[in-house]
Design a protein around this ligand. Structure first.
Ligand code: AMP
Ligand code: MN
Ligand code: MN
Ligand code: MN
Length: 280
């Protein structure tokens, strides 16, 4: 039972709600002994998280969740145990943040056309660190009363196919894997069953990821159902991949929580089994 290890979480350095200190402190309170901070497209929260980890006596795995594009879909690749000083990774991520700013401006233009003005400034204010996410637009639309709740903002405006959706060319999966391995980390396909892809397409995705040098699938998340675990377990076996587990916690008012993860099936090799510092 390795349910005290959580390898996917966010702070307000991307689209989470908490500071790194508050995240680490909450994780400790929930019985987590090893937590990976994996903010979207940035390493900016990791120094504070490391300081908090030392103060609180909890282990931090430095990570990042990289936005990639594959067959016109956004696929998230988590990098774990990365060297935060790797220049290739740092420079690559700064390009993705620039893409985020451009995309945010385009989303705001769409919303203006739909009669909702000033959303760039609104989302930017909520973002704190220039790492503008669709979550910040959703929060702003909710605050201003344009939607009844957060998820309606996605359904009505921001999700793919909706009128304020802006499709972006992030980077390829191979490039993300390259940045992560250059930083001595391991690459994980985040929440492989959450993309709107057929099972056949997911197999294709996993195959390409493996060929690019990817290491693991996130078999366990807050929302995975037993049949999904069974399926991704089979994929790990078929493609000789490690398994990861992470809550994808974004903060106290969001859908996922820390501390409720199911164990990784015993037939699989957990990704942390190769890290001597993690006592599983
Ligand atoms: P972005 O990386 O800016 O495109 O935003 C993606 C983030 O928005 C994800 O990491 C989730 O946190 C959140 N998200 C995406 N789709 C939804 C949805 N339908 N409902 C709520 N949150 C969502
Ligand atoms: Mn997110
Ligand atoms: Mn994700
Ligand atoms: Mn995430």
């Amino acid at each position: 039972m390795n349910t005290h290890i959580d390898l996917h979480s966010h702070t307000y350095y991307s689209d989470g709600e908490l500071s790194p200190y508050d995240l680490m402190s909450y994780a400790k309170q929930k019985g987590i002994t090893t937590l990976a901070l994996t903010d979207h497209d940035t390493l900016a929260g990791l120094p504070e998280a490391q300081q908090a980890a030392e103060e609180l006596g909890i282990e931090l795995i430095p990570g990042v969740e990289i936005s990639t594009s594959w067959q016109n879909k956004t696929i998230h690749i988590v990098g774990l145990n990365v060297d935060v000083n790797c220049t290739l990774l740092q420079q690559g991520l700064s390009k993705l943040l620039a893409v985020r700013v451009e995309r945010a401006q385009a989303i705001a233009e769409q919303l203006t056309k739909l009669g909702i003005p000033d959303t760039y400034e609104g989302a930017r204010r909520l973002a704190k660190f220039d790492n503008i996410s669709r979550n910040h637009f959703a929060s702003y639309l909710q605050q201003q009363g344009h939607v009844k709740d957060f998820s309606q903002a996605f359904k009505k405006y921001l999700s793919s196919g909706q009128p304020a959706a802006v499709s972006v060319d992030w980077i390829s999966i191979a490039e993300a894997v390259h940045w992560i391995t250059a930083a001595n980390g391991v690459a994980v396909i985040a929440h492989p069953t959450r993309y709107k892809l057929s099972r056949g397409k997911v197999v294709e995705l996993v195959k390409e990821f493996k060929q690019a040098g990817g290491h693991a699938l996130e078999v366990i998340t807050s929302s995975t159902q037993p049949d999904e675990i069974q399926w991704t377990t089979r994929l790990c076996g078929d493609f000789d991949l490690f398994a990861s587990a992470g809550s994808d916690y974004h903060g106290p008012t969001t859908w996922a929580n820390i501390g409720n993860l199911k164990p990784i099936p015993s037939v699989l090799q957990p990704i942390w089994s190769q890290w001597s510092k993690v006592a599983a």
